[in-house]
Design a protein around this ligand. Structure first.
Ligand SMILES: [Zn+2]
Length: 284
């Protein structure tokens, strides 16, 4: 068996918002959705805990996923699987609910939160050398930082086990600008990165727009990873890292630099990546 770390899974969102019991076999879960018409993704769930175990996943980054989009006012109202909430307090409470689900799966012995590097070492050793029936480890991650209601609340989330945060998801957020738009970090976004540095929180650069991405790398000196994106040379899409900005182009046109922008330091097979090297020349 080749043991793996999965860099990004929205397990709790699937359970709480899609009504998917992720403790079931995948075939059973998808069979249960046959005939459901609310979304084209019904019957096409991609993973569950038993499926992860079969694949040799020892650890995953498991997300909390809730964002603030008060402008999202659909005539038909919000679907239960909507990610969009009216304000940060509501998004924060929704994310706490997702965390509560992970905690209940821990109580059943199906998941184990990884909070420290020694937790990771111990878990990896036990899982890979034992009978392989240990709980799957999870590093608590947040996709889009809106549930952190203000920078000073980051410590509360840290104490709850949060270790990795994307500042934004799609479009503008309180802290940064994400996929599909472009713009700088907000003043609060800069403050939040300072809090992350103090805590040791990992910045997940996925979904940051070009301007927010490079600004974050310039001012943040903590650990950085990119959990689920590629480079535009391979996947021509705004969500991927590219050399679209004039400042970035001043450094190099080498695809190799783009693709290798983040160097892996994780000791295990993983998409968990290291601090980005300063390969870009500053022009301003
Ligand atoms: Zn994403």
């Amino acid at each position: 068996m080749r043991w793996l770390i999965d860099g990004h899974l929205d397990l709790a969102w699937n359970a709480l918002s899609w009504g998917r019991d992720i403790t079931l076999d995948l075939d059973r879960l998808n069979r249960d959705e046959v005939g459901m018409t609310d979304h084209p993704s019904r019957g096409r769930a991609t993973t569950t805990l038993p499926e992860m175990r079969r694949a040799g996943i020892v650890v995953c980054q498991a997300t909390l996923l809730a964002r603030v989009k008060p402008e999202a006012r659909r005539p038909e109202g919000h679907a239960r699987n909507s990610l969009d909430f009216a304000n940060q307090e509501i998004a924060s409470a929704a994310a706490r609910g997702q965390l509560a689900y992970y905690e209940l799966l821990e109580r059943r012995g199906l998941l184990q939160m990884i909070r420290t590097s020694s937790d990771l070492d111990t878990h990896w050793e036990r899982f890979t050398t034992g009978s392989h029936d240990e709980p799957i480890g999870y590093i608590l991650a947040m996709e889009g930082a809106d549930p952190i209601v203000e920078p000073s609340q980051a410590v509360e989330w840290w104490n709850l086990g949060l270790r990795s945060v994307n500042l934004a998801h799609y479009g503008k957020s309180r802290y940064a600008v994400g996929t599909g738009d472009d713009g700088a970090l907000s003043r609060e976004g800069v403050q939040l990165l300072k809090e992350f540095e103090q805590l040791g929180m990992i910045l997940d650069a996925t979904h940051l727009s070009d301007t927010s991405f490079y600004q974050a790398l310039d001012i943040f000196h903590g650990p950085v990873l990119a959990s689920h994106n590629n480079c535009r040379a391979l996947v021509p899409d705004g969500r991927q890292f590219g050399v679209a900005t004039p400042t970035a182009q001043s450094t190099t046109s080498s695809t190799a630099i783009d693709c290798g922008f983040f160097a892996s330091i994780c000791r295990h097979e993983s998409t968990t990546l290291a601090r980005a090297p300063r390969t870009r020349n500053r022009t301003s």
